[in-house]
Design a protein around this ligand. Structure first.
Ligand SMILES: [Zn+2]
Length: 268
C-alpha cells in the first residue's frame, strides 16, 4: 500500500531537526507523506521555511506569518517583508496567525492587532490563512467574521475543540486541521467525538512536528520528537474514528490540501 499524504503543518525549521532534516524528509517520503507545508511562526522562521521550500520544489511549500506568541514583535515595518515572502510561489498561506489566550505570551491587544494586520495581507495577496487559536474562540471568530467574503479560505490548524467551535469554523468556511491530539484518549475526548462530523471536503491532517507526538504509537519513539513520517498514525486514527479506510482519509485530505494551498507540482 502506498499512501499519498500531505502534512499541512510541520515545523521543519525547528532546532530539533537541524541535525537530520534530510533523513526526516526521506522517512516522510517512505511513509507516503509526499508533500509538506512547512510552518512559519515569525519573520525569521518564515524566511527559513521559504528557503527550505524553494530548495525542495514539489515536496515542500511553506507559510509566512507571525504566530500570536510573537505578535508583540510584529511591527508595521515588517509588513513589506512579509508581503515579499508571500509573493513567492512556494509560499502558499499567511500564518501561523491567530490568537492564543492560553499562554498570552504577547498581550491580547497586540495579538488582535497582528492578527487583523495579517488577515488584511491575506485578503490583499489572495492567499489562504493558516490559523492558530487557543482559548480565544470568541474574539477569533468575531475577527474572522469581519473578513467574511474577503479571504481565500483558510484552515483552523490543530483543531482541538468540540461541537460548537467546529460548527462556527465550518460556518466561516474553514478547513479543519487534525493533529495527533486526536490520538490522545484523555485530552482528546471531545475532539474524538467530533472528528466524524467534519465534512469530507473540509478535513485536513497534520503532524505539527516536532510537537504533539501521537500518543497511540507503539512503541513510542524514545526521543519523543514528532516527525512527518508519523502522519499515517494520525490518518489511521482519524479513519478509525470516522469508520472509514485509511485510503479514503488519505485521498480526501490530500485532495483538500491541494485545493486549499494550490500545491502545484513542478512543470504543471
Ligand atoms: Zn499552532
Amino acid at each position: 500500500m502506498s499512501l499519498d499524504l500531505v502534512d499541512i503543518g510541520a515545523n521543519l525549521t525547528h532546532d530539533s531537526f537541524a541535525e537530520d532534516r534530510d533523513a526526516v524528509m526521506a522517512r516522510a517520503l517512505q511513509a507516503g507523506v509526499r508533500r509538506l507545508v512547512v510552518t512559519g511562526a515569525d519573520l525569521a522562521s518564515s524566511r527559513q521555511a521559504a528557503a527550505l521550500a524553494a530548495a525542495h520544489p514539489s515536496r515542500l511549500w511553506s507559510t509566512a506569518g507571525v504566530h500570536p506568541h510573537h505578535a508583540q514583535s510584529f511591527e508595521a515595518s515588517q509588513r513589506g517583508e512579509l508581503l515579499d515572502l508571500l509573493r513567492l510561489k512556494s509560499v502558499v498561506a499567511v500564518g501561523e496567525c491567530g490568537l492564543d489566550y492560553f499562554r498570552n505570551l504577547s498581550p491580547p491587544p497586540a495579538q488582535r492587532a497582528a492578527f487583523i494586520a495579517q488577515l488584511e495581507i491575506a485578503a490583499q495577496i489572495r492567499k489562504p490563512v493558516f490559523l492558530h487559536q487557543r482559548d480565544a474562540h470568541g474574539d477569533f471568530a468575531a475577527i474572522l467574521n469581519d473578513f467574511d467574503g474577503k479571504l481565500q479560505g483558510g484552515v483552523a490548524h490543530c483543531f482541538t475543540g468540540g461541537e460548537l467551535e467546529l460548527e462556527a469554523y465550518l460556518e466561516l468556511g474553514l478547513y479543519i486541521g487534525i493533529t495527533g491530539w486526536a490520538c490522545d484518549e484523555r485530552r482528546g475526548v471531545e475532539l474524538r467525538g467530533v472528528v466524524p462530523r467534519i465534512p469530507a471536503d473540509r478535513l485536513l491532517i497534520e503532524t505539527d512536528a516536532p510537537y504533539l507526538l501521537p500518543r497511540d504509537m507503539t512503541p513510542l519513539p524514545k526521543s519523543r520528537r514528532n516527525e512527518p513520517a508519523y502522519l499515517p498514525y494520525i490518518a489511521a486514527t482519524v479513519a478509525h474514528l470516522r469508520g472509514e479506510t485509511v485510503e479514503a482519509v488519505a485521498s480526501m485530505t490530500t485532495r483538500n490540501a491541494v485545493a486549499l494551498f494550490a500545491l502545484a507540482l513542478t512543470g504543471s
